[in-house]
Design a protein around this ligand. Structure first.
Ligand code: NAP
Length: 308
């Protein structure tokens, strides 16, 4: 993959930004990458581990010469950061982001976009439950999807360059309408995270997590819930605050189905349970037949947890 940009700036130096940096160095998709994080501690850590070619103490210094600026901060911080950098963005440059919610980020960024700057919202569907500058790694985006979303003032040329950048990082890229993105992610990621948070909370309420019983005898299912429920609290607070409608819609449907299954259990309706579980098993088979996952038990893992 040839170089796509001369200068890229990463704002926020956590898991996603550091993975972008390491992946881009591996594939050489940008000549020079600058970075900025709000805390001195994160900036110092970044310098210590060689994260970014240059780390700046001031936002404006990090962005002023960049051809592509990527906002890698929590969804709720996007507008605040955009307001600060807008006056310093280079004419002809592109702004992008990696936020897990797309409509809210578009609404936060677009009104402050200088006329000579293009905006290409993006969301890499890859991550782990770890955060911070030391948690990133070069292969995070390999063969994972990165969704680019359309918006009012979308520019084809800028979109193509951002697409090539993400392909250079190892991702597969597709375009998706922002509202559709938020609904799809509510089903595939946001509601499942809330369910995991709740399940771990319930187990903790019962007082059996810390006194070791639940951990000692936990099956992979509950252990996976605890891993998901260890995800960054600020990031996930913002996901739910800023993808409120889609998440509530999916949780509403989830609750209805749950009540239905609850009733089947209470009334001893085994046929209902059997039909339901037979159907969900066929959904899983469909995913495997479509080549979207492995058929190996426990996702082919040994003892090490997977990342998603
Ligand atoms: P992270 O590891 O927690 O890093 C977040 C970075 O944002 C840190 O450098 C932090 O600065 C900075 N930050 C936090 N609040 C800020 C504020 N109010 N103003 C300015 N900077 C602020 O997070 P991440 O996992 O890389 O997530 C970054 C973005 O990627 C989020 O929008 C998230 O939705 C999206 N995303 C995450 C995942 C995932 O699985 N983690 C996957 C896909 C997309 P300090 O270090 O100085 O505090």
């Amino acid at each position: 993959m040839s170089r796509v940009y001369d200068r890229v700036a990463l704002i926020g130096l956590g898991l996603i930004a550091s993975s972008i940096f390491w992946a881009s160095k591996r594939k050489d998709v940008s000549v020079h990458i600058t970075g900025y994080a709000r805390s001195k501690e994160t900036r110092n850590t970044a310098r210590k581990i060689g994260l970014c070619d240059e780390v700046f103490d001031r936002l404006e210094d990090a962005v002023k010469d960049a051809d592509l600026v990527i906002l890698c901060v929590p969804v709720g911080a996007m507008e605040q950061v955009m307001l600060k950098i807008a006056p310093f963005l280079k004419a002809g440059s592109t702004i992008s982001d990696v936020g897990s919610v797309k409509r809210a980020v578009i609404d936060a960024v677009e009104p402050h976009l200088p006329t000579d700057v293009k905006f290409v919202p993006a969301h890499p569907l890859a991550g782990t439950e770890h955060s911070g500058p030391e948690s990133g790694f070069a292969s995070l985006f390999d063969n994972r999807w990165c969704l680019l979303t359309e918006h009012e003032s979308a520019d084809k040329k800028a979109q193509n360059k951002v697409m090539n950048f993400w392909k250079g990082l190892g991702a597969n890229v597709e375009f998706m309408d922002a509202d559709h993105h938020d609904l799809v992610l509510a089903v595939t990621s946001h509601a499942p995270h809330l369910i995991a948070y709740t399940m771990v909370g319930v187990a903790d309420d019962l007082g059996k997590v810390t006194d070791s019983e639940v951990i000692k005898y936990s099956a992979a299912g509950f252990r996976d819930f605890t891993r998901i429920a260890a995800s960054d609290p600020i990031m996930w607070r913002d996901v739910f605050l800023f993808n409120k409608d889609a998440t509530l819609e999916i949780l509403g449907r989830f609750t209805e189905e749950l009540f239905d299954l609850q009733r089947a259990i209470r009334t001893g309706n085994g046929d209902k349970l059997l039909d339901y579980f037979t159907h969900t098993r066929s959904v899983r088979r469909g995913i495997i037949e479509a080549g979207q996952d492995t058929d190996a038990p426990n996702f082919g893992r040994n003892l090490e947890p997977d990342v998603d």
